[in-house]
Design a protein around this ligand. Structure first.
Ligand code: IPM
Ligand code: MN
Length: 376
């Protein structure tokens, strides 16, 4: 047995409970296969919690989250400010890591995309300091940027570029050089975005082997649909990161796959990038893959933080199992299949249970062998 981990979880609203159930089954299958003990503790939060307890993030839920090793969160509805934005700020989860990668089993207009958006997660317009003047006829929102937080997120981005490069084969290294692009709008905001850019630039000097450049956010938005494969690591402030990560997810096949981790120094909240999709809630057709790739990020983080080889193997096995199942056509309708959430989940659990060690040899699907665990 490797260590045991206590996962606090937020089932969320809309499709949240359905995709969380999928994640839980998959985590249990992986726990059994790789002898990892996972304990689940519910931390009700979101619109449902607001209705039931009068608070979107009740104090007992917050305590449960704080006492756990990490939090796994499904999407919530209209109460994001009181739940996830609060948790990001309160727990100082300063790095929001949002990968976007092409998989062969998901149709996309692009090929060879493998980028990560490293989004600053505590500042910018997300500090929620808004004011009204003139009886609500004028409104002001503060955009906060500090050198400390900007340098901190820049260091995460450069470390990420190095660890991604370390996992590439010589051939891949030839095709893609480790790079960090700082995305900002310093031509219009020379003080705030200028500070962000200057901070990234100054950190870049400590990482001479990583190519550094800077790009205005409008250009970055355009290049993401022009030549997305040219990006490696994008470091950016909170709001631009929010917008660009939705865009990047569409570039590789849709929000139904997009995962993220809100990472601090010793705690993290993992969640899909998308919202709670009330229009399809309860129909059993939601794509669980965003939640399952979120589980993969969780396992990578545990592997790296706790130096836990079992979690590292579980992560690779999960990615491989997703690839095998999706490659065989068992997928939900948003990504071109006609399977239900439960069918995708069951097939992935059964693939995990087969125990053939497929994660070491995935020549057909071509996703795992060359994959690196993300290092934090
Ligand atoms: C995200 C979401 C949140 C954000 C919302 C729900 C507040 O869009 O995680 O990207 O803007 O950060
Ligand atoms: Mn968003």
């Amino acid at each position: 047995m490797s260590r045991s981990y206590r996962i606090s979880y937020i089932e969320g609203d809309g499709i949240g409970p359905e995709i969380f159930a999928s994640a839980r089954s998959v985590i249990e299958a992986l726990g059994e296969r790789f002898k990892i003990a996972f304990e689940f503790v519910a931390a009700p939060a979101g619109d449902g919690a607001l209705r039931q307890f009068g608070e979107a993030l009740p104090k007992p839920s917050y305590s449960i989250i704080r006492e756990s090793d990490l939090c796994l969160k499904a999407p919530v509805g209209e109460t994001a400010l009181q739940t996830i934005i609060y948790l990001r700020q309160q727990l100082n989860l300063y790095a929001n890591i949002r990968p976007a990668k092409n998989y062969r089993f998901i149709e996309s207009k692009f090929h060879g995309v493998d980028l990560v958006i490293v989004r600053e997660n505590t500042e910018d317009l997300y500090v929620s300091r808004e004011f009204e003047e003139n009886n609500g006829k004028k409104a002001v929102a503060l955009k906060i940027v500090t050198e400390e937080a900007s340098k901190r997120i820049a260091r995460v981005a450069f470390e990420m570029a190095l660890s991604r490069e370390a996992g590439r084969s010589p051939k891949e290294k030839e095709a893609r050089e480790a790079s960090v692009v700082c995305v900002q709008k310093s031509n219009v905001l020379p003080k705030s975005d200028g500070l962000f850019m200057r901070s990234c630039e100054s950190v870049s000097r400590n990482f001479p082997s990583v190519k550094y450049s800077s790009m205005y956010v409008d250009t970055a938005a355009m290049n993401l649909v022009r030549n997305p494969e040219s990006f490696d690591v994008i470091v950016t402030s909170n709001l631009y990161g929010d917008i660009l990560s939705d865009e990047a997810s569409q570039v590789v096949g849709g929000l139904g796959l997009a995962a993220s981790g809100n990472i601090g120094n010793d705690f993290a909240v993992f969640e899909p990038v998308h919202g709670c999709a009330p229009d399809i809630a309860g129909k059993g057709i939601a794509n669980p893959l965003s939640m399952l790739f979120t589980v993969k990020m969780m396992l990578d983080w545990l592997a790296s933080k706790s130096n836990d080889e079992n979690c590292a193997m579980a992560s690779k096995c999960l990615e491989s199992s997703i690839s095998v199942v999706s490659g065989s056509g068992i997928k939900t309708s948003d990504v071109g299949g006609n399977s239900r959430t439960i069918e995708v989940t069951n097939a992935i659990c059964s693939e995990i249970g087969k125990g053939k060690g497929q994660w070491t040899d995935d020549g057909n699907m071509g996703v795992v062998k060359e994959d690196v665990l993300l290092k934090w």
